[in-house]
Design a protein around this ligand. Structure first.
Ligand SMILES: *Cc1c(COP(=O)(O)O)cnc(C)c1O
Length: 418
């Protein structure tokens, strides 16, 4: 049994595994049954009824059907809920499926269709809301303008902090106060429960793209929302009917990822601080975006986070030309979207992740985003140094030969993403 006093690192290793000893196993089982034998009509019916209402299966009736309930998924959910200090959590087939379910559940439960969304947001979330695809009317605004944007028919306020890709920090407590009782959803993907617990600051729902840090190894697409029992039931009702359940293999991978999450975050964060410090002295870098670098944000960082995390963005003096040559010239970093894995990634948000965002809210074309992994930070610095040295206008004598190239530089720099 887990005592409630366990510290976060111990919870990460042990939470959601409470039933394993009784099952006679040590590692997380992966339950792949799509359907489950029913004891009889009555017990099966009771269980079906309980799950259709968003609850757990009836003990006699079993899980019935995997779109309604799966034990491997439920173990991950209970672990994540413990780590986020909420009663429950509901896992989805992707972060975007989780965003969709949050919008559908809150609009349906409240009978309202107005959403307030604090920009900047992840490009996919911004795109989903702006498209009106879910029948919502959305007011995009800055964090300071939430009170003015909230209306009597507002169903949900959404925000992301640190935000993607500028790493802006939003004061969660202040937005919760400004929302005046309207539920606030915080996308906690960048911070993870290791660095920030939005529920402790008044957030009603805490969302993760578990694809990123929770999974941590770039091999699973998953989403999850931590919240109270009532909201979890509403989310499960949406999940059951729209079919956005996380596959048990994915749930196994993200649950396994939780065990090393705290240690990965601390090591990646230390690496990011080293890389950020080096970049801030580079003549081609006009600005480094890393949480808490400016005065006000540093205050907020200390109030609501336990560290700045391992994401950073930079603005290049050479603009998009230099962004193109940097992203094509790296050898240890992988030029790819996504983030939060054990290996370092680099990407150009204006061309890729934030491409669908309205022009006025799209990031600068000179901005490049880096997800710092677990490599030796000196190798990461050396890779960025050699790639920047190849940038337009740099002289070839700045090219260092130290880095062991694992693969040749692409022949057609930037050809895939003009
Ligand atoms: C990636 C991401 C999402 C979307 O998650 P998927 O798992 O790709 O569907 C949502 N929010 C943030 C902050 C993200 O980085």
């Amino acid at each position: 049994m887990i005592t409630p006093r366990l510290k976060p690192d111990s919870l990460a290793v042990h939470a959601g595994r409470e039933d394993l000893a009784d099952l006679g196993v040590h590692a997380l089982p992966i339950d792949l049954s799509s359907t489950n034998p029913l004891p009889d009509i009555e017990a099966g019916g009771l269980s079906y009824e309980a799950m259709a209402g968003g609850g757990a299966p009836h003990p006699e009736g079993g899980a019935v059907y995997a779109r309604l309930w799966n034990p491997t998924v439920a173990r991950f959910e209970s672990a994540l809920a413990r780590m986020e200090h909420t009663e429950e959590a509901v896992a989805f087939s992707s972060g975007m499926a989780a965003v969709t379910a949050a919008v559908l559940a809150t609009t349906r439960e409240s009978g309202h269709r107005h959403i307030v969304a604090v920009r900047p947001l992840y490009g996919g979330t911004d795109h989903l809301l702006a498209s009106g695809m879910l029948g919502t009317e959305v007011t995009f605004c800055a964090a300071e303008d939430v009170a003015a944007a909230v209306r009597p028919d507002t169903a949900l306020v959404m925000l992301e902090t640190p935000a993607n890709p500028t790493l802006d920090l939003v004061d969660i407590r202040a937005v919760v106060a400004a929302a005046g009782g309207v539920p606030v959803l915080v996308d906690n993907t960048f911070a993870t429960p290791v660095l920030q617990n939005p529920a402790d600051l008044g957030a009603s729902m805490v969302l993760h793209s578990a694809t990123k840090y929770l999974g941590g190894h770039g091999d699973v697409i998953a989403g999850v929302i931590a919240c109270d029992r009532e909201r979890a039931a509403a989310l499960r009702r949406v999940r059951a009917i729209t079919g956005a359940l996380l596959h048990p293999l994915g749930a196994y991978l993200v649950h396994r990822g939780l065990a090393t999450l705290p240690i990965r975050i601390r090591a990646q964060q230390a690496n990011a601080q080293r890389v950020a410090a080096w970049l801030s002295t580079h003549p081609d870098v006009s600005r480094v975006y890393h949480p808490g670098t400016a005065g006000d944000a540093r205050d907020l960082l200390h109030r609501q986070m336990r560290g700045p995390g391992a994401m950073l963005s930079i603005e290049l003096t050479g603009g998009i030309e230099q962004a193109r040559s940097l992203t094509s010239g790296v050898r240890l970093f992988t030029h790819a979207v996504s983030l939060g894995g054990v290996d370092s990634l680099i990407q150009h948000p204006a061309s890729l992740t934030h491409r669908p965002v309205a022009a006025e809210a799209r990031p600068s074309a000179a901005l490049v985003r880096l997800s710092i992994g677990l490599e030796d930070p000196e190798d990461l610095v050396a890779d960025l140094e050699q790639a920047l040295a190849h940038a337009p206008g740099r002289t070839p004598d700045r090219v260092p030969g130290a880095l062991d190239a694992r693969r040749p530089a692409p022949a057609h720099a930037g050809a895939t993403h003009p």
